[in-house]
Design a protein around this ligand. Structure first.
Ligand code: NAP
Length: 495
């Protein structure tokens, strides 16, 4: 592992890009300050230093944002699907054209290396391209009832005003995954990004407005007191849907709150992905897949491989090769050239990753590489591989959310499936094998919403992303994504 020097303040170009991000609340097509002029500070996790101040919304500001979404709903639902789709298409093109600028904003507020940030911009933009194409394919059906006397007309209509709450780890794409299908379906919305990473979403609102999105369709509020500002909106009878991406604990609380209005809800929650390597796998391909599944976003991904389950006959080879690749990673500030691994998002996250490693080592795990924090400032942690991790280690049951890979072994397919399913989570899973029948048998047996077969990447705008068990419910992307924003109404017709 190599470490680059960490800059302590924004460079000229960085300051210019950050200085061009709107910092107000975006309500009814206007940028405005928060009530009383309150602001919150955004830090650069590679230095721990402030880079921007944005508006800090009050409860009244939150309500004003919902007022705007409610006011715009009827006309937006009546806007021709082609027009809605073309706004998304223009937004996709603008995001693509401005990917470097957006990537820099994201890297500075969140920490991931610039090339990964650019990858997220591309991934996030693709949801707009996908749903620009889906906007014009919303359809119903006409059928003859079994009695022959009645006709059934089925139509799809927008759910209505939505509330989106998104996490800090993918500051742009977790928003576009919801905004894209909502815009396509004819829903208006209030979006609340995480206080730690609000800048990408504010920039997105500006870009979508330039692309022609009418006032009130998308409203963005930033706040340092998310619970107090969100709860009244969730309990407001005018809201029709809540879509949340974040931790399982907060998700459960929001499900309880949304019961009052029996809201339509989508919950994209935490994960604890198993990464299974069978004895017939191409070990080099599995190592490359492991790098992707573990190290994308410094391990701060809901889809991050959290448990490496490796057949005992290939565990030594896999562990050695994986540790070698991990040790070769360059850790440093994400804006610097050649950096593979940026900082974790904040001090508590860095401390938690350290605690999980210490707990595993105390229980008997062997450190193949890494295991410690890196640098004097910022929240860096070394890419880490642990072998012989005992079942009692906390990091096998908790989301690590850091660049740490624990390896355990298995001896049979049934044991691999049982170990993989031994989690309350069920989001992403990965398996590496060259045996087609084994692949299908294991894929069927895995209690997860997504399975990567000989790949370390499952996210794809054309695929239904989502989990089972305590990873939540609902799907984002694919044909399924837009259904979350549509109601089905049927008209019975007597002939
Ligand atoms: P988090 O703490 O649950 O926060 C997620 C969002 O909820 C943030 O915008 C946060 O705002 C807000 N929030 C916090 N408390 C709230 C409350 N009482 N009422 C309303 N909103 C509230 O999660 P995180 O730490 O940001 O994100 C990491 C988690 O997200 C991990 O568990 C990860 O697995 C999960 N995740 C899941 C997916 C998926 O698709 N399944 C994708 C990405 C991440 P503030 O932070 O500003 O308070």
């Amino acid at each position: 592992m190599t470490t680059t020097s960490s800059a302590t303040s924004l460079s000229g170009r960085e300051a210019e890009v950050i200085g061009a991000v709107p910092t107000g609340l975006f309500i009814a097509g206007q940028w405005r300050p928060a009530e009383g002029g309150a602001t919150l500070v955004v830090d650069d996790p590679s230095t721990g230093r402030p880079i921007a101040r944005v508006a800090d919304a009050s409860v009244a500001d939150g309500r004003a944002a919902l007022d705007a979404a409610v006011a715009a709903q009827a006309s937006w639902a009546a806007t021709p699907p082609r027009d809605r789709g073309e706004i998304l298409r223009r937004s996709f093109e603008a995001l693509t054209a401005r990917a470097d600028e957006l990537a820099m904003i994201m890297t500075l507020e969140m920490g991931k290396p610039l090339d990964q940030a650019k990858g997220e911009v591309t991934y996030g933009a693709e949801f707009f391209r996908w749903f620009s194409e889906e906007a014009v394919r919303i359809s119903g059906r006409y059928s003859v009832a079994p009695n022959g006397a009645t006709r059934l007309l089925t139509m799809k209509q927008p759910v209505g005003p939505c509330l989106f709450i998104t996490p800090w780890n993918f500051p742009l794409a977790m928003g576009t995954r919801k905004i894209g299908p909502a815009v396509a379906a004819g829903c208006t919305m209030v979006v609340k990004p995480a206080a730690q990473t609000p800048l990408s979403m504010l920039k997105l609102a500006e870009i979508m407005t330039e692309a022609g999105l009418p006032a009130g369709v998308l409203n963005v509020i930033t706040t340092s007191h998310s619970g107090a500002v969100m709860e009244p909106l969730i309990r407001d009878p005018r809201l029709r849907k809540l879509s949340f991406t974040g931790s399982t604990s907060i998700g459960k609380r929001l499900v309880e709150q949304s019961a009052e209005q029996l809201l339509r809800i989508s919950m994209e929650l935490g994960g604890n992905a198993p990464f299974i390597v069978f004895e017939d796998a191409d070990v080099d391909a599995a190592v490359s897949g492991a790098m992707l599944a573990k190290m994308r976003n410094m391990g701060e991904a809901c889809t991050a491989a959290n448990r490496f389950l490796v057949h005992e006959s290939v565990a030594a080879e896999f562990g050695a090769k994986f540790a070698e690749r991990m040790a070769a990673q360059t850790v440093g500030r994400g804006t610097e050239a050649g950096v593979d691994v940026g900082p974790l998002v904040d001090g508590p996250s860095q401390a938690k990753v350290g605690e999980l490693v210490d707990d595993a080592v105390a229980a008997g795990a062997r450190v193949l590489t890494g295991g410690t924090t890196v640098g004097e400032q910022g929240y860096f942690f070394a890419p880490t591989v642990l072998a012989d991790v005992p079942a009692s280690a906390r990091l096998l049951s908790e989301e690590i959310f850091g660049p740490v890979a624990p390896i355990t072994t298995f001896t049979s397919d049934d044991q691999a499936i049982a170990l993989a399913n031994d989690s309350e989570y069920g989001l992403a899973s990965y398996l590496f094998t060259r045996d087609l029948n084994r692949a299908l048998r294991v894929a069927e047996g895995l209690e997860f919403g997504m399975v990567g077969l000989n790949t370390g990447l499952v996210s794809n705008p054309a695929a239904p992303f989502g989990g089972v068990k305590q990873s939540g419910f609902g799907r984002e992307g694919g044909f399924e994504g837009i259904e979350e924003f549509l109601e089905t109404k049927y008209v019975g017709i007597q002939m």
